[in-house]
Design a protein around this ligand. Structure first.
Ligand SMILES: CSC[C@@H](O)[C@@H](O)C(=O)COP(=O)(O)O
Length: 377
């Protein structure tokens, strides 16, 4: 099964909006139509978007040649529209950029199609290599939590975070994968659970807000997610909700690992706060299946991604390397004392630490003051 492919001059995608109940393929014949499918998330996930970017450019190039249009003008317009369609995922702009490079070197439409196919094939190799590396890094972890869908559906035929999980399942074995349902569009419960089921990997779907409790209860050995963009300083943009899992993982002292190809690393973006966050239609939050569930008149806010600071990331695993800052090793509890970690309880009693506050009530501490409500804001 390929999530996205090139077939007789058009782009064939699995329509992910209809999964898991209906498995349909759609043939997309022009770049404008492809952009509609990118925006609706019929094709989604960082690596699949990279391939879609390259293939969208190939659609524009073949039409320009067939209809005797200005090839460079058509490609420039297509590039702009493609990149704007999903601004957070670095891979989309990267896939478009790969085609712009071959065009600048003189490629015609056939050369551009060949370059788009090379982007597709490189994705397969990269994801399989990084999955091996990630599984080696996490050998022994038997209970994994993941968020969103970083599986084959987010790439061409092989996932990143789910690639790591698949390798762990096949090598050292896994007891359970906890799949966060991933509000509001449910990529976890619809897509990740579907992929894990097809591979016979034991999993449970949980609501996103159950994750922190599960992690702090000691029921998760590692969190593994994909990424939509990694900034030059190691900050990671991924599906909204990822940051909460990273905070919980740090608090519990378990690894938080990001599996992503090199094409997701964007050295042109200095830090996470420079990454544009896609804000999607509020109706995705306020409605379920097109039916309003939120109270009448309430407004929504729907950022599709959040930023996990590099300080919370144990390792970023790519096809070439494992970028792990030893300062972020969650097992180093001298750097990351957690009141819930029994190893830390006796040595770390201090009245200045917030978890000891009740033993040292003081009227001078703001949380003990009988403060009028208006002072709290
Ligand atoms: C390639 S997997 C990593 C991410 O792309 C994935 O976790 C994610 O956030 C996808 O978001 P989506 O909005 O479904 O495209």
């Amino acid at each position: 099964m390929r999530t996205i492919d090139w077939l007789d001059g058009s782009v064939r995608i699995i329509d992910q909006t209809r999964l898991p109940h209906t498995e349909t393929h759609v043939d997309v014949h022009d770049v404008e139509d492809l952009i509609v499918h990118i925006r609706s998330l019929a094709v989604r996930g960082a690596m699949a978007l990279g391939v879609a970017g390259a293939m969208g450019m190939a659609l524009a190039a073949t039409r320009a040649e067939r209809d005797h249009l200005d090839m460079d003008g058509e490609l420039a317009a297509a590039a702009r529209l493609l990149v704007e369609a999903r601004p957070t995922a670095a891979n989309l702009a990267w896939g478009v950029g790969e085609i712009q490079k071959v065009r600048a070197a003189g490629a015609d439409a056939a050369g551009i199609v060949a370059a788009a196919l090379a982007v597709r094939d490189a994705d397969l190799d990269a994801n399989s290599a990084l999955s091996e590396r990630g599984a080696r890094l996490l050998a022994g972890a038997r209970r994994i939590l993941t968020h969103c869908n970083a599986g084959a559906l987010a790439g061409v035929e092989y996932g990143t975070a789910l690639g790591v999980i698949g390798r762990l399942h096949a090598t050292t074995g896994l007891d359970m994968v906890y799949v966060c349902e991933t509000r509001p569009l449910l990529q976890g419960s619809r897509l990740t659970a579907w992929e894990l089921g097809r591979h016979g990997i034991a999993h449970r779907v949980i609501v996103d807000s159950a994750a922190a409790g599960l992690i702090l209860a000691g029921d998760v050995d590692a969190v593994v997610v994909g990424a939509d963009r990694v900034a030059a300083n190691g900050d990671v943009a991924n599906k909204v909700g990822t940051l909460g899992h990273a905070l919980a993982a740090r608090h519990a002292g378990i690894p938080f690992v990001v599996a992503a190809p090199e094409s997701t690393i964007d050295l042109g973006t200095p830090t996470g706060s420079d990454i544009p966050i896609e804000i999607r239609d509020e109706r995705e939050v306020l409605e379920i299946d097109g039916r309003r569930v939120a109270a009448p008149g309430s407004l929504g806010w729907n950022p599709a991604f959040d930023i996990t600071p590099s300080a919370l990331v144990t390792a970023i695993v790519t096809e070439h390397r494992s970028l792990n800052d030893p300062r972020n090793d969650p097992r180093d509890d001298s750097r990351h004392p957690s009141p819930h970690d029994p190893r830390n309880r006796t040595e770390r009693l201090s009245p200045h630490e917030p978890w000891n506050r009740t033993e040292h009530p003081s009227p001078n501490e703001p949380w003990n003051r009988a403060t009028p409500e208006e002072d709290l804001v």
